[in-house]
Ligand binder design. Sequence first.
Ligand code: Y39
Ligand code: FE
Ligand code: FE
Ligand code: FE
Length: 230
Amino acid sequence: MQQLAVSTELDYQSETYKDAYSRINAIVIEGEQEAYDNYINLASLLPNDKEELNKLAKMEKRHMKGFQACGNNLSVTPDMEFAKEYFNQLHQNFQDALAEGKVVTCLLIQSLIIECFAIAAYNIYIPVADPFARKITEGVVKDEYTHLNFGEEWLKANFEDSKAELQAANRQNLPIVWKMLNQVEQDAKILAMEKESLIEDFMIAYGEALANIGFSTGEIMRMSAYGLRP
Ligand code: Y39
Ligand code: FE
Ligand code: FE
Ligand code: FE
């Protein structure tokens, strides 16, 4: 599926664009803030990787500031209340796993699912973003691959012990991502981001991650379509 470069047809100053941006921009800002919190919390579960995880957390904080600047640049006030609600379920599931010391579930939620969601969203956004936001997002998406890689490497090194928990956590959390995508479909479309492209890019990134960790093709097919209702 190809996304045409329609950026020249977009009016970044129109009320329609700015209204949709107030929610998408807020989601991204809230997501980056939650990613920061999640890596700080992961550092407490994984003392051996504390330094690395604190570094990833710092990157997320920088991303958040970058996206706040993107909203500012368009004179958009992000709807943070909407965004907090938007992340509520994934947030709760991460907190529950954290309280039980379930590091594998925490890694699946943040370093696989949320990072792949970010990678898909940012790659689809870059060609249609305003020039200021495009530059910021190009820098950010490179970091997200580093974050995804951290999760992949850790889970690969602990694959046999993690496998069952990964499958359970996938079952619990992947349907939430599809629901989240459906929730922003209309706003994303106004920004010239098609849901089908987002799903496709997510599936590619997530499937590759599961393969790198050690899952078979059959397992990946079952896992990545779980809860998908287009
Ligand atoms: O690791 C990260 O930086 C992830 C927090 C950021 C997630 C961003 C979520 C983007 C969803 C946007 C949906 C637009 C259609
Ligand atoms: Fe296509
Ligand atoms: Fe980030
Ligand atoms: Fe990240």
